[in-house]
Design a protein. Structure first.
Length: 397
């Protein structure tokens, strides 16, 4: 009897041990060391010991996308302080003791330069150092003075008069919403929600529900529709920036704010439109969202990662139906299966990330389909790696 009992117990323990190691679908039971969030962050930091010189030692700038990657990696600081240090070292390279910022010029009124302000708020809350508060105040002052369209929308840059780009909503709105909450300046909540609603109304395509990359109020640009001022195409990352802005702004927007429900409805509308152009086989999105069948178009990493983050966070927070978390899991798996390469030495590469797309300028960017599909792709570009890490964190992957 005793032998039988011991044998039975052994069988039960063996069976239980097998069960704990089972993985079902895309819900992985992973130790911290195996998580994709850490694997990607570690790979980035090993290949680039400083964000200041990330991928391009000649491009040393107070820049939105390096700060974005720093924000994502900093989220891992509760696991190891090295991750937060990676972000703070970037900010501290630029922020001087008197509160001045290397390479930053308010006078050019570039809305991209506002996004690093979120990192600065983080460091001010952690350290209380006055130099960070001075930087925050400078960035807020820029937005107080920032030029606007006649309808009240922030220009993307001073050199792009009367133009609003979807990108710009992410660059300023979450920072201003966080500032409004952290520093008790609630008037900025109204500014933020106004900008989000305005560009939605100006760039939305009524037929598809998708949003064009940009809008030219003056209708003077050759890329703009002479009747609507809209640019010609739906660029994946532009809608990625816009939808990320909404889910991040909602972190700070008061529950009783008059526009909160409107923002959540816009989020639902845009996510529903995005599902209709999602590649069914891979769960990813094309560089030009609605032109998947056209030669040269490709499944793009940054937009796909951003949408996965938005779906995951939106579902986790209750802004979106819970089915969107399943879609996020599917997309994350699609990114791993189709865009990620792991090497034996620990390197991880994410491919097919568009380096950058804009409109106008010199040489002139005409916003054509050919323009979007021929812009350079960059392996491990910040705009793909950062939302990949953020998505992994939302999905606990």
């Amino acid at each position: 009897m005793k032998v039988i009992t011991i044998l039975s117990l052994s069988v039960i323990l063996l069976f239980s041990g097998c069960q704990t190691k089972t993985k079902t679908d895309s819900t992985n039971v992973e130790s911290s060391a195996e998580k994709w969030s850490l694997k990607m962050a570690d790979a980035v930091m090993r290949d680039n010991d400083s964000l200041v010189y990330y991928l391009n030692p000649k491009k040393v700038k107070w820049e939105y996308d390096f700060a974005f990657l720093g924000q994502a990696i900093d989220r891992l600081g509760n696991i190891d302080p090295k991750y937060s240090k990676y972000m703070s070292d970037y900010i501290d390279y630029f922020v001087q003791e008197d509160g001045s910022v290397k390479t930053y010029k308010k006078s050019i009124y570039n809305i991209d330069r506002i996004n690093p302000g979120k990192n600065v708020i983080t460091l001010y809350k952690r350290t209380g150092e006055e130099k960070y508060k001075k930087v925050i105040d400078q960035l807020v002052q820029q937005m107080k003075e920032h030029p606007k369209t006649n309808s009240g929308g922030f220009w993307h840059k001073k050199v792009y008069p009367y133009q609003m780009w979807l990108d710009g909503i992410y660059m300023a709105s979450p920072f201003l919403a966080q500032y409004a909450k952290e520093f008790n300046e609630p008037e900025w909540f109204d500014v933020v929600t106004f900008q989000i609603k305005l560009i939605y109304n100006k760039t939305k395509d009524e037929e598809t529900g998708l949003m064009y990359h940009a809008w030219d109020e003056s209708k003077e640009q050759s890329w703009s529709n002479p009747e609507t001022g809209q640019s010609p195409h739906f660029w994946s990352r532009a809608m990625g920036w816009y939808t990320m802005a909404i889910v991040d702004v909602l972190d700070y927007l008061p529950e009783n704010h008059a526009d909160r429900d409107t923002l959540i409805q816009i989020l639902n509308n845009t996510c529903e439109a995005l599902l209709k152009v999602r590649d069914k086989e891979t769960g990813l999105w094309y560089q030009v969202l609605d032109q998947g069948n056209r030669e040269g178009n490709y499944l793009e990493g940054s937009g796909s990662s951003m949408f996965a983050y938005v779906f995951a966070k939106g579902a986790n927070k209750g802004y979106l139906d819970s089915k969107y978390r399943t879609y996020a899991e599917e997309t994350f798996d699609g990114i791993i299966n189709h865009l990620i390469t792991e090497y034996p030495d620990g390197r991880i590469e994410m491919k097919d990330i568009c380096g950058g797309c804009g409109l106008g300028g010199n040489p002139y960017r005409d916003g054509s389909f050919e323009y979007y599909i021929t812009e350079k792709k960059v392996i491990n570009d910040t705009k793909g790696v950062a939302p990949f890490i953020l998505t992994a964190l939302e999905l606990d992957r």
